[in-house]
Design a protein around this ligand. Structure first.
Ligand code: B12
Length: 221
C-alpha cells in the first residue's frame, strides 16, 4: 500500500471526515489496491493506531474513535463484497449492553472494530436481558456473547453477565458459547471480569477482536 494513501486515510480519520476517507479508499482501489490490502493494510492498521491513542486519552479522541469504527466497518463490508472468494467471517458475536445500562458509545465502537476485522456482529443495543443474548446466540450459531457494562452495578447485576452465565450453564451451552465483557468499569478494575463470571474481557475494540479470536480458537480445538 502506498505510504501517501495511508497518510491521506489517517489524516481524513483524524479530521473526522468520512467522505474524504471513503474517497481515499476509492483512489486506492483505482490505483489497483486489492480488497485484502484495503482491509489489512489500510483500515485495520488505522484503527489500531487510533485505538492506541484512545487507550491513553479515551475522551479526547471519542469522535475519531467512533467515526473510524463506523468507516472501518463500512469499508470492510464493501471490500468483502468485492472479493471473488470472501474469507469466512472471523466469527459471530452477539453484542449488547447489560440491563439498566444506557451507555452505548463504547459498545457501538467495539461492534465497528469487530466488523472491520471481518467478524459478523449482531448488535442488540442497550438494556439487553440475558435471555435475549442467549436466544440470539443460539439462533445465529454465534460463538461469543459480548456484554458491555459501564457501571459496577450493571457489570455485577444478576441480569447482566452473571445472568448470561447462569442461562448458558442451565442449557448446557458453555462449551459452545463464550462470554466476553468490557466497558469503563472493567478498565478501572479488570478483576471484575472474574466476579462477573465472564470468560475474558478487553479494554477496547481492537483488543476485543484479538481476545474473541482466541476464545473462538479455543472452541475449535
Ligand atoms: C458518555 C457518558 C454517559 C452518557 C452515555 C451516552 C451514550 N449514548 O453512551 C450518559 C449521559 C447517558 C451517561 C449517563 C450516566 N452515567 Co455515564 N458516563 C459517560 C462517560 C463520560 C463516557 C462513556 C463513554 O462513552 N466513553 C467512551 C467510550 C469509547 O469508552 P468506553 O465506553 O469505556 O468503551 C470502550 C471500552 O470500555 C471497551 N468496551 C466497551 N464496551 C465493551 C464491550 C465488550 C464486550 C468489550 C470486549 C469491550 C467493550 O471498548 C470501548 C471502545 O474503546 C463515562 C466516563 C468514562 N470515562 O468512561 C461516564 C460513566 C460511565 N457514567 C457514570 C454514571 C454514574 C452515569 C449515570 C448514573 C449518571 C447519572 N447520575 O445519571 C448515568 C447512568 C445512565 C444509565 N442507566 O446507564 C459513571 C459510572 C461509575 C460507576 N463506577 O458505576 C462514569 C464512569 C463516570 C464517573 N466517573 O462517575 N453517561
Amino acid at each position: 500500500m502506498l505510504k501517501s494513501i495511508v497518510t491521506a486515510y489517517n489524516e481524513a480519520i483524524e479530521d473526522i471526515d468520512q467522505d474524504r476517507a471513503l474517497e481515499v479508499v476509492q483512489a486506492a482501489i483505482d490505483e489497483g489496491a486489492s480488497p485484502e490490502e484495503i482491509i489489512f493494510e489500510l483500515v485495520i492498521p488505522a484503527i489500531e493506531q487510533l485505538t492506541s491513542v484512545a487507550a491513553v486519552v479515551p475522551e479526547a479522541s471519542l469522535a475519531q474513535n467512533f467515526l473510524m469504527a463506523r468507516i472501518g466497518s463500512k469499508v470492510t463490508g464493501e471490500m468483502l463484497r468485492k472479493m471473488r472468494t470472501p474469507p469466512p467471517a472471523a466469527g459471530c458475536v452477539i453484542l449488547g449492553t447489560a440491563p439498566g445500562d444506557l451507555h452505548s458509545l463504547g459498545k457501538t465502537i467495539v461492534g465497528g472494530c469487530l466488523r472491520s476485522m471481518t467478524f459478523e456482529v449482531v448488535d442488540l443495543g442497550i438494556d439487553v436481558p440475558p435471555e435475549r443474548f442467549v436466544e440470539e446466540a443460539v439462533a445465529r450459531n454465534a460463538q461469543v456473547i459480548g456484554v458491555s457494562a459501564m457501571m459496577a452495578h450493571t457489570a455485577l447485576g444478576e441480569n447482566g453477565c452473571l445472568g448470561v452465565r447462569r442461562i448458558l450453564k442451565e442449557r448446557g451451552l458453555e462449551g459452545r458459547i463464550k462470554i466476553v465483557v468490557g466497558g469503563a468499569i472493567y478498565r478501572y478494575n479488570p478483576s471484575l471480569c472474574q466476579e462477573a463470571q465472564a470468560d475474558s474481557w478487553a479494554p477496547d475494540g481492537m483488543a476485543a477482536g484479538k481476545v474473541i479470536g482466541e476464545l473462538i480458537k479455543g472452541l475449535k480445538r
